[in-house]
Ligand binder design. Structure first.
Ligand SMILES: Cc1cc2nc3c(=O)[nH]c(=O)nc-3n(C[C@H](O)[C@H](O)[C@H](O)COP(=O)(O)OP(=O)(O)OC[C@H]3O[C@@H](n4cnc5c(N)ncnc54)[C@H](O)[C@@H]3O)c2cc1C
Length: 543
């Protein structure tokens, strides 16, 4: 059986390894090598209850924290699956070479992270994501050598090939030549990451543009919880992006404050007590949003030894970009777009609305509800990648799809019409305009007026995008169109959720309402977007 995996971050790599273990032949396609995936940026850690005797932690508590952090809109059994698998996942990563930091007894060290009632975040120095990616690549190579995994670089996902309601491959655009490449498969796993590019400067990678989710949306895949956009409380401004100051800094004891009348106001501790700085990210970001002046994060009192041992990355980032020595001075911080709880809707097996098409990792929406806990995303990326692979191999028996050449010819013919011009690009200016809309209308605090204005602005930009058609390459053209469609669906999801919950804070509807205690679902039909509430994912209901 041939499995095509799109995206080679932690979710894609995990899916590839599991598929190969189960005897499938895998093609792992992405525009860039795995070392450039956003996954390598993850610094803080990955959550698992490794030792229940420690601090009285338990899988039940991990589930409870995740449900509470996500404001109870996820299905508890689904979250249970994730948290129950976590200890085995971390031990497996350890066994394949992830260099987890150790405590004095030699056990995997675990630290405090936001929104968690116990210290359960395992970490590999200050580069957990990079270490996991490196170990997964090594594991992949074992299967590459025996021909079970084939890695294809330089391929941008273009569209899914759907025949008779079933996904049987995908069309790509080659990065360098612009050539169309069609890869047939018995099952496809989408693992293309988040949607950061819609917001311009974020803590994440601009290579995560949400195009894949937007494109699949127009091909019949529903999306969910798009209004749930996580603002990480602590980032610093740099010329090209916002650099994350990992939650580990607060996990190790860092304190947030602002100054008033010459004294420090530790606003999180004042409001929430001892663990106040480690409240879930949505809570901290909202509190910072209301602060009357610049907020600072102080870790200097932790001492040079601890900072260099456990928070070296924070030290380096502040020294490199701000010339600031965190062992002596506090860091000026501000919230930034960081993670997308929303994305492609899947059933429990991670299959989308289209038979044979699966989604895993940050591009899928499954476990984090209205707000993700730090350390739960790396976990979900590995878990969902493996789960999707298992479902493919169980459910996706080769069903004798259409002739590969016919699929290729059809896809190429469909594209030929659009390929009339391939000149310069106004893409950057379009994307800047789009990110301005998204930042101003889908910020930490939203309201109906702003969201309606955002929709009108996105409509205007879409009209401009049509006028720009002639000047853009085929892929850029498609990319912007689908990013705009996705942005509109996000704005609409935020508009119809007339309440405040988790990362979605409506100034005009500040209360949380029982009637909205569910996931939002966006659907695209005949060029129109509609939003509903209620998730039939568990029943596996297909469109
Ligand atoms: C700065 C930072 C720190 C973080 N720290 C933590 C942490 O400590 N703990 C935690 O749990 N989470 C953390 N996260 C979140 C976590 O890193 C991500 O959610 C997770 O790594 C996503 O993995 P992924 O495989 O789904 O996506 P990615 O790693 O983003 O991989 C996506 C892949 O898809 C490819 N791709 C993209 N578009 C296309 C396309 N059109 N066609 C083909 N391929 C495409 C990319 O090239 C890439 O290979 C952090 C995130 C950031 C930004």
């Amino acid at each position: 059986m041939q499995v095509l995996i799109i995206g080679s971050g932690i979710a894609g790599l995990s899916a590839a390894i599991r598929s190969a273990e189960l005897g499938c032949h895998v093609i792992l396609a992405s525009p860039y090598v795995s070392e450039r995936a956003q996954s390598v940026m993850a610094a803080g850690g990955i959550n698992a209850v490794l030792d229940p005797s420690r601090e009285g932690d338990s899988i039940e508590l991990h589930i409870e924290d995740t449900m509470k952090g996500g404001c109870f809109i996820e299905d508890e059994d689904t979250v249970r699956g994730l948290c129950t698998a976590a200890p085995d996942i971390v031990r497996w990563l350890d066994s394949i070479g992830v260099m987890f930091s150790r405590d004095p007894s030699g056990n995997i060290a675990q630290r405090a992270f936001g929104g968690q009632s116990r210290d359960r975040t395992a970490y590999a120095g200050a580069s957990t994501g990079r270490q996991i990616v490196t170990a997964l690549i090594q594991k992949c190579r074992e299967y590459e050598i025996v021909g079970k995994i084939e890695r294809r670089i330089g391929l941008n996902f273009h569209s899914a090939v759907i025949h008779g309601g079933r996904c049987c491959g995908a069309v790509f655009t080659e990065t360098v030549s612009g050539r169309i490449v069609t890869l047939p498969a018995d099952a496809v796993i989408m693992a293309a990451g988040g949607m950061n590019r819609l917001f311009g400067k974020t803590t994440g990678s601009s290579l995560c543009d949400g195009y894949a989710a937007g494109r699949l949306f127009t091909q019949g895949v529903r999306l969910r919880n798009l209004e749930m956009i996580q603002y990480h409380p602590t980032s610093i401004e740099t010329p090209n992006k916002r650099m994350l100051i990992s939650e580990a800094a607060r996990g190790e004891g860092g304190r947030l404050y602002y100054e008033e009348g010459g004294r420090r106001v530790y606003f999180m501790e004042d409001e929430f007590g001892e663990r106040g700085n480690l409240m879930p990210r949505d809570v901290v970001s909202r509190c910072m949003y209301r602060c009357p002046s610049q907020v600072y994060l102080d870790i200097s009192f932790l001492g040079e030894k601890l900072i260099h041992e456990r928070l070296q990355e924070v030290y380096d980032v502040c020294m490199d970009y701000l010339g600031l020595d965190v062992t002596k001075e506090a860091i000026p911080v501000a919230p930034s777009v960081h993670f997308f709880m929303g994305g492609i809707k899947t059933d429990d097996d991670h299959m989308t609305d289209i038979d044979g098409l699966y989604a895993a990792g940050e591009c899928a929406s499954k476990y984090h509800g209205a707000n993700r806990l730090g350390g739960n995303s790396l976990l979900a990326a590995v878990y969902s990648g493996r789960k999707a692979a298992e479902a493919c191999s169980e459910r996706g028996e080769a069903k004798g799809g259409p002739d590969a050449d016919a699929v290729t010819a059809e896809a190429e013919a469909g594209l030929a019409a659009a390929k009339s011009s391939d000149k310069g690009t106004a893409a950057d200016s379009m994307l800047m305009k789009l990110s301005a809309i998204m930042n101003s209308r889908l910020g930490i605090a939203r309201d109906e007026k702003g969201l309606r204005a955002g929709l009108a602005e996105a409509e205007e930009l879409a009209a401009e995008a049509v006028r720009y058609d002639e000047g853009l390459s085929v892929y850029e053209n498609l990319r912007i169109k689908h990013m705009l469609i996705l942005s509109k669906a996000m704005l609409m999801s935020a508009l119809v959720r007339e309440e405040s919950r988790g990362a979605h804070y409506r100034q005009d509807c500040p209360e949380t309402k029982d009637e909205f205690c569910s996931c939002s679902v966006a659907e695209y039909k005949d060029g129109a977007i509609s939003i509903s509430f209620g998730d039939d994912a568990r029943s596996g209901v297909k469109k």
